[in-house]
Write a new protein. Sequence first.
Length: 233
Amino acid sequence: MYRILVVEDDAVIAEQIRKYLEKWGYEVETVRDFADVIGQFAAYEPQLVLLDIGLPFYNGYYWCGEIRKISQVPIIFISSASDNMNVVMAVNMGGDDFVTKPFDLEILQAKVQALLRRSYAFTAPGTVLEYRGVLLNMTDMSLSYHKKKEEDTNFRIDLTKNEFRILQTLFEAAGGVVGRDMLMKRLWDNECFVDDNTLTVNMNRLRRKLAEIGLSQLIQTKKGVGYFLGGEL
């Protein structure tokens, strides 16, 4: 069952879309906090986004750009601003289709169905793992983080294969401790031929990279056992 995220400022329209698409068997969630669309996107992990242009705080173009930093999920813009400039802008920002308000729900559903079929007929949808606002992109081995404290800043770093596998293992076990032996098995096919210090070197390098974007506390050590996600972000 495909998950669809509706980012629509008009609550009545958003509810109509949700009810109609659910009748067709889709799972649908509507955004309520328009200041943190990317957080809800990461938590819900939709396979398609319906995105209005006129939104509170930031417009749909902004959120399309933010989503494209971490995912290639299909995006359909829905807007009453249907002039050529807005349509071209939507496509240039990474949108896959454009539906003009007012629209027929049957036409919207047909476009949703067609785009999902084109996008996922031969490839599995990309996924994002999330831990307290930190996003691990499974498709391009990157990590992104939106800092909301003293300054409002977006960070993104590219990861090496080993750095990605370490974080993937820890994200998948969020809330629990991952032993060193388990990490070595995930990083190397046969850990018997790898010096235990090699894992320490990789972990230290990853921690330094995380510290550069304010995530020095993301990976915690449980002495004598292994590592876990935690600390103050």
